[in-house]
Design a protein around this ligand. Structure first.
Ligand code: CA
Length: 373
C-alpha cells in the first residue's frame, strides 16, 4: 500500500512540483516529480462499495482521521448500495445533524430490508452523514464543531465535516437523479412531521419536485424559505438540477413513533413514484398532504428575552396572527410580569422549541401559512 504525501524538500527540482510516496509496509520514502505522479484522488475519503455493481453491498466510507490516539486511524461510516440494472438513482441521507434520530433509524431499516430484485435502478444509502455527530448524539461534529448542513460544497483538504461534504458533493451527487435528506428537529426543535421543498427558479424542476412532495404523502408538505440556505446539501443538490426533498420528522431530542411511520411510508412512496420499486404498492397515503409554506422570516417567532417558556397550544394547531402561543416566565427578576409571545402569522403552529428554557434570540416557534400554489 502506498500513500501519496507532499514532499517538503526536493533536490534538483522545484519543491512546489515535487511529491513523494511512502511504502507503508517498509516506511521507506521515494520521490518523483509531479510530471511522473498520478493526480491525487478527487477525495481523501474512499468507499468500500462499487457504485456500478448490481446487487446489494453494505460497506463503509473511510474517512481519514489521524489523531493522538490513532496515528493512521479512520472513521468508518456506513454506506449501502442496492442496484438492479439501469434506472434512476436515489441518494438517501440521514444523520446530517447527529441529534436527529428518525432518519438514521429509517435508513438503517431500509438498508436491512431492501433487496436488489425489489428495485430497478440504484438506491444509495448514507444513514449517518455526520457520523461522529450521530455517535455523540449532538447536532454538530464533536471533532471540528462542523455543521454538516452548512458545510457544502465542502473542502477536499478541510476538516472532517468539510471533507465528508466534499465527498458527497463531488462523488455522490453526480450519481443521483433524486436526493432525499431526512432531518428532524433534534434536541432543540419539534415539528409537525413534514416533507420539505424550496421554491426553485426552474419550472420543470419545481413541478417535478412538487410532484415528489405530494407522492411522499406526509401530513404536511412545506415550501420553505430558509433563513440561511448557504452551505446546505439542499442548495447543492438543487443547483445540480436534482429532484431534492428533505423532511422534518418530529424531534425534541427523542424518536417519534408517528414520525417514523410518516417517514417509512414516504420512502416507500418515493421509490414507487420514481419507478425504482419494481412492484408499486398501493399508495400509502392515509390523508392528503396539506400544502403549507414558510415564505419568509416573518413566520419565525424569535425570543425577545431569556426565560422559561410555557406553551398555551399543542403543536399542529391552527393559530391566528397576534394570538398568544405561550408566555415567558422570569425567575431572575421574579417581580417582572410574564411576557406573552404571540403568533406572527395566521396559520398552523408547525414548529416549536422543545426545551423549556429559552435564551434571547432562540427560535421559539414557526407558524406555517397556507401555500399559495
Ligand atoms: Ca436538521
Amino acid at each position: 500500500m502506498e500513500r501519496s504525501v507532499p514532499r517538503l524538500f526536493a533536490p534538483n527540482s522545484s519543491p512546489a512540483l515535487a511529491r513523494g510516496t511512502i511504502d507503508v509496509a517498509t516506511g521507506y520514502a521515494s520521490f518523483m516529480t509531479e510530471s511522473t505522479t498520478a493526480a491525487p484522488p478527487l477525495s481523501r475519503l474512499s468507499a468500500s462499495v462499487d457504485f456500478t455493481a448490481d446487487g446489494k453491498q453494505i460497506g463503509q466510507l473511510q474517512i481519514p482521521y489521524s489523531r493522538n490516539e490513532s496515528a493512521w486511524g479512520s472513521l468508518l461510516a456506513p454506506i449501502v448500495v442496492v442496484q438492479n440494472g439501469p434506472g434512476k438513482t436515489i441518494l438517501l441521507t440521514g444523520g446530517s445533524h447527529g441529534d436527529e434520530y428518525e432518519g438514521p433509524i429509517l435508513l438503517r431499516k431500509l438498508a436491512q430490508q431492501l433487496q436488489p430484485e425489489q428495485i430497478q435502478g440504484r438506491v444509495i444509502i448514507l444513514p449517518a452523514l455526520n457520523f461522529p455527530a450521530l455517535l455523540s448524539g449532538q447536532r454538530l461534529s464533536p471533532i471540528d464543531g462542523g455543521n454538516m448542513n452548512r458545510a457544502f460544497p465542502g473542502q477536499r483538504d478541510g476538516t472532517i465535516t468539510q471533507a465528508i461534504a466534499h465527498y458527497v458533493q463531488h462523488l455522490l451527487l453526480p450519481l443521483a437523479d433524486i436526493v432525499v435528506d431526512l432531518h428532524s428537529g433534534g434536541y432543540s426543535l419539534e415539528f409537525v412531521p413534514s416533507a420539505i421543498v424550496h421554491e426553485l427558479g426552474d419550472r420543470q424542476q419545481m413541478d417535478a419536485t412538487l410532484a415528489a412532495l405530494q407522492a411522499f404523502g406526509a401530513p404536511v408538505g412545506l415550501i420553505l424559505e430558509e433563513l440561511d440556505a448557504d452551505g446546505m446539501l439542499d442548495t447543492a443538490a438543487e443547483r445540480a438540477g436534482k429532484i431534492f426533498l428533505s423532511t422534518e420528522l418530529a424531534g425534541a431530542g427523542s424518536v417519534s413513533v408517528a414520525a417514523l411511520d410518516v417517514g417509512w411510508r414516504g420512502l416507500q412512496n418515493l421509490l414507487a413514484h420514481f419507478g425504482i420499486a419494481r412492484e408499486s404498492p398501493p399508495p400509502m397515503t392515509p390523508v392528503a398532504t396539506r400544502l403549507l409554506a414558510v415564505p419568509d422570516g416573518d413566520c419565525y417567532l424569535i425570543a425577545p428575552a431569556s426565560g422559561i417558556f410555557e406553551p398555551f397550544l399543542t403543536l399542529g394547531g391552527e393559530v391566528r396572527a397576534g394570538q398568544a402561543l405561550g408566555q415567558l416566565h422570569f425567575f431572575e427578576e421574579f417581580e417582572r410580569p410574564s411576557l406573552e409571545l404571540c403568533s406572527p402569522q395566521t396559520g398552523v403552529f408547525w414548529c416549536r422549541r422543545a426545551p423549556g428554557r429559552v435564551e434571547r434570540g432562540d427560535c421559539v416557534a414557526v407558524v406555517a401559512v397556507p401555500a399559495t400554489r
